[in-house]
Design a protein around this ligand. Structure first.
Ligand code: NAP
Ligand code: MG
Length: 482
């Protein structure tokens, strides 16, 4: 494991520095044990991080050629790949994520850096035909200093898609990881440093959202904010961005549906219906928490899902169970309360997965729960739960399915299961969502695929080439030469 990871969380100008504030304890969600400490970053440290990033943006990093930036990103990718096992173990322990899922995240961040490494010199401006005597062209330039505030559920992947794309365009980044899952950000930083990322191109300040995060979001020296997290904090971030008149990308929550028609290949669909609900114990922004099922096959699908729930292995993340613990005691209490309130309103509990007797007593485990026949206006159908909870909802017609699918404030991801090609295309158009998957869900992560929401799921796009446009500004040059 990299040397400083367990003891510091302040990386400024290419060096780990002694934290000014107190240290925060880091818990292992699988056991409840404290196993590391991170710095509680102060506004002064955020100030120093932004200043270091500004020097890098105005200095050697900002002047580096696109191809050379790409080579550095490629070295980061190679080193990430060499360290997949270490990163996976660290992420699994810190987040409580089943080991094979943490490994997939570690491979994904390497793939993000590979993708963006190859893209640095492939983003071009244009020439624009204009009036006689003019030559007009555009340049894509970095914003300058970009702020990255990320959540605890997929730290490695989100660093890849946001910091990776920002660095590719020549921005200098300041990263504030989530207080509950900062360790992989620190390990990543050591790797980036070892790969030759120049001082100041990446600065990291761990700490609490209300202090370190708020200081970063409101800092007048930040030129662009990328935020991934909850709707409520996203609102505050957007208000800060408005104050400083800087662009902001918000990747927020979801209540994503998978819609299953009676002509679907159910054998193909079933694993996706389940996995998209319980992956990372349901703490996934694109979790398919609503399963809309045509009434003619409703009982069959719900029975098959219920038996899958009854056979889930729930346990400590390093043992690579189907479902690990939630991130914290607080998240466990929140999810259990929402389930209880759902039951209290008379919703049908189809099944709750059993917990093995040997699950550590102080870990943050909840029983995955499948609700059935949930009405469209029930809070279970409207609010993001962020735990291993799915609801089944019957529908009769295609129009009804679309109306239920579009019947929340969110629009992040949707899945459509049908063999009818015309229907696939109709639904792909009529469902309001940032991504639509036809006869699959998630496309295995899809580093290349633009991702982001509409409505309360946020705005702006990350991943793919689209992120590179977001992390850059377009300049138009009109030269009159007669
Ligand atoms: P969160 O509470 O909004 O926190 C996200 C980040 O913001 C953390 O680093 C947090 O720091 C920081 N933060 C908290 N309060 C802040 C403030 N006042 N000013 C600035 N920063 C602040 O979200 P979460 O509970 O960690 O993550 C779950 C949410 O993220 C869910 O809603 C989920 O859907 C969403 N999410 C979306 C995507 C996507 O791509 N659309 C991906 C993953 C997750 P602390 O850790 O110290 O609180
Ligand atoms: Mg943790």
């Amino acid at each position: 494991m990299p040397t400083n990871v367990a003891s510091s969380g302040i990386f400024l100008d290419g060096d780990w520095v002694d934290p000014q504030g107190e240290m925060l304890q880091v818990q292992d969600p699988s056991t409840g044990d404290v196993f590391a400490e991170i710095a509680n970053g102060t506004p002064a440290e955020i100030d120093a991080a932004v200043a270091a990033a500004r020097r890098a943006a105005d200095g050697a990093w900002g002047r580096m050629t696109a191809v050379e930036r790409g080579r550095i990103l490629r070295r980061i990718s190679d080193l990430l790949l060499e360290n997949v096992a270490m990163l996976a173990e660290l992420e699994s322990r810190d987040v409580g994520k089943p080991l094979s899922q943490a490994k997939a995240d570690a491979e994904a961040i390497a793939r993000y850096f590979e993708f963006y490494a190859g893209a640095t010199d492939k983003i071009h401006g244009e020439t624009i035909p204009y009036q006689d005597g003019y030559t007009v062209y555009t340049l894509r330039e970095p914003h300058g200093v970009t702020a990255h505030i990320i959540p605890w559920n997929y730290p490695l992947q989100i660093i890849g898609r946001s910091v990776g794309a920002a660095l590719a365009m020549g921005n200098a980044a300041v990263l504030k990881p989530a207080e509950e899952a900062s360790l992989s950000s620190l390990a990543f930083t050591e790797i980036a440093c070892e790969a030759g990322l120049p001082a100041g191109a990446l600065n990291v300040v761990t700490g609490i959202g209300e202090s370190a995060g708020a200081a970063l979001a409101s800092h007048a020296g930040v030129d662009h904010i990328s935020f991934t997290g909850s709707v409520s904090v996203g609102r505050l971030i957007q208000a800060s961005a408005a104050e400083n008149v800087v662009p902001v990308t918000l990747e927020l929550g979801g209540k994503s549906p998978q819609i299953v028609f009676d002509d679907a290949d159910l054998d193909a669909a079933m694993p996706f219906l389940l996995r998209a609900g319980i992956q990372n114990a349901g703490q996934t922004c694109s979790a398919a928490s609503r399963i809309l099922i045509q009434r003619t096959i409703y009982d069959e699908v719900v029975d098959r899902l219920a038996s899958a729930y009854d056979n889930l292995r729930i346990g400590p993340a390093p043992t690579d169970p189907d479902v690990g613990p939630l991130i914290s005691a607080q998240q466990k209490m929140l999810v259990e309360r929402l389930v209880k309130e759902g039951e209290g309103r008379g919703n049908q509990v189809v099944t709750k997965s059993p917990l093995n007797a040997d699950v550590p007593a102080n870990g943050f485990y909840v029983r995955p729960t499948l609700f059935g026949n949930v009405g469209g206006l029930d809070p279970l159908a409207q609010d993001e739960i962020f735990g291993p909870v799915q609801i089944a909802m019957p529908f009769d017609t295609e129009d009804e399915a679309v109306s239920i699918a579009n019947g929340t404030d969110f629009g992040l991801v949707a899945g459509v299961w049908t063999r009818d090609g015309a229907r696939q295309m109709r639904l792909a158009k009529s469902i309001r969502s940032g991504q639509i998957f036809v006869n699959n869900y998630g496309a295995g992560g899809g580093v290349e695929l633009p991702f982001g929401g509409i409505g309360k799921s946020g705005h702006g796009r990350e991943k793919g080439f689209e992120a590179l446009y977001g992390f850059s500004v377009l300049k138009t040059i009109a030269a009159y030469h007669g």
